[in-house]
Design a protein around this ligand. Structure first.
Ligand SMILES: *Cc1c(COP(=O)(O)O)cnc(C)c1O
Length: 376
């Protein structure tokens, strides 16, 4: 019996009736863009983030682009982000016309930290996009201070972190604006693509509202050069149903992460960093091991599916080789060799988690402890 890395059908099955009702209501309404489903979801989602505005858009990537464009960022500007992120963060920046500049990350939290950002700042830097990687909050307080001191914007890439908290403050409220993705695998996932920009800044929200629909204001006049990036009413209706369960799902993810910690405590693996003041929501449960590829093969032979997020830092991918900053991105490079994502989702059963832990124990038998990536 295989332990699936992720099984979205299990999650959908628990909500099938509510989702079908929500979809049927949209079908009956005859209105498939905007309207109450989108407005209601935007209001509820802004509430989760503790900010007054959420603007639904077509994807998380578009959310990054439109947040930056709404802040006036474009060609000639530089935007700093983490070298170990999902390539979508970078393609979202590139779509604004600005140049992404990759910075290295902290070896404990695996997220951007002030020294890495300082090292990447230039006179052209206009924004920092901090990624709350795997569900762990980036050090947004220190980054906000740095951004403020240098006169640049802090934007959150919160695609992994719906519901995460930093000192009790929700992700989405920690920078000038934040981008969320509702790609189906995320902690809050649609039945297709979706995203949102959230912000406390009314002007930024208003600009994103225009930008997502060709910048038209009033209809017939393009006040801004925008694009087509709306959140479908159908997806918004489904997301609103699922949002009511997010808290319960995140708690379940945290409980499973706790079980993994117990099961793996004496093994030569580096576990995800956990700190009192950061509520990690475990979009992914990523551990570090030596000989990662061999360990993954052994797990696969034992029926345990794993993934790597992400196998190549952005600058080692073909299309972005020019973003390399030789000698400056070492932690991201070392991490990429050692990280492996274990199965973790709200519907994962405890016996499956136990089998994963036992398989990892067999795969690592006889190995000694592993140093953190930063101390290699
Ligand atoms: C998924 C993801 C995105 C982009 O989201 P899409 O909705 O797929 O466009 C951006 N950043 C990170 C870190 C992601 O994981």
């Amino acid at each position: 019996m295989t332990v699936p890395f992720l099984d979205l059908a299990r999650g959908a099955a628990t909500l099938a009736e509510e989702i079908e009702e929500a979809v049927a209501a949209v079908v009956a309404s005859g209105r498939f863009h905007g309207g109450p489903p989108v407005e209601d979801f935007e209001r509820d989602f802004a509430g989760l983030c503790g900010v007054p505005h959420a603007v639904g858009v077509a994807s998380g990537t578009n959310a990054i682009t439109l947040a930056l464009v709404a802040l006036g960022i474009g060609p000639g500007d530089e935007v700093i982000t983490a070298a170990n992120t999902c390539v979508a963060t970078v393609s979202g920046i590139v779509a604004t016309g600005a140049r992404p500049v990759l910075a290295d990350v902290d070896a404990e939290t695996l997220t951007l930290h002030p020294p890495g950002v300082e090292d990447a700042l230039t006179a052209r830097t206009r924004a920092i996009v901090a990624v709350h990687l795997y569900g762990q909050c980036a050090d947004a307080e220190a980054l906000a201070e740095l951004a403020c001191a240098r006169g640049v914007e802090l934007v959150e890439d919160a695609a992994h972190a719906h519901g995460a908290l930093l000192r009790g403050r929700p992700v989405g409220s920690l920078g000038r604006a934040a981008a969320f993705s509702f790609y189906p695998t995320k902690n809050l996932g649609a039945l297709g693509d979706g995203g949102a920009v959230v912000t406390a800044d009314e002007d930024v929200a208003a600009r994103v509202r225009l930008l997502r629909a060709h910048g038209e204001h009033p209809p017939g006049n393009a006040e801004l050069r925008g694009t087509a990036s709306r959140l479908d009413a159908l997806q918004a209706a489904v997301l609103r149903v699922k949002l009511r369960r997010l808290e319960e799902w995140n708690e379940r993810r945290r409980a499973l992460a706790g079980l993994y910690r117990e099961a793996l405590a004496d093994l030569p693996v580096v576990l995800p960093e956990e700190a009192e003041h950061r509520r990690h929501v475990y979009h992914l449960f990523v551990v570090q091991v030596e000989d990662r590829d061999r360990v993954r093969e052994a797990l696969a032979a034992d029926g345990i599916e794993t993934r790597v997020h992400y196998p190549l830092p952005v600058h080692r991918q073909d299309a972005y080789a020019e973003l390399d900053r030789p000698g400056r991105l070492g932690t991201s490079e070392r991490l990429a060799q050692r990280i492996v994502s274990l199965p973790l989702y709200p519907e994962l059963r405890e016996d499956e988690l136990e089998r994963t832990g036992e398989a990892l124990r067999r795969a690592l038998a006889g190995r000694r402890s592993i140093a953190r990536a930063g101390s290699l």
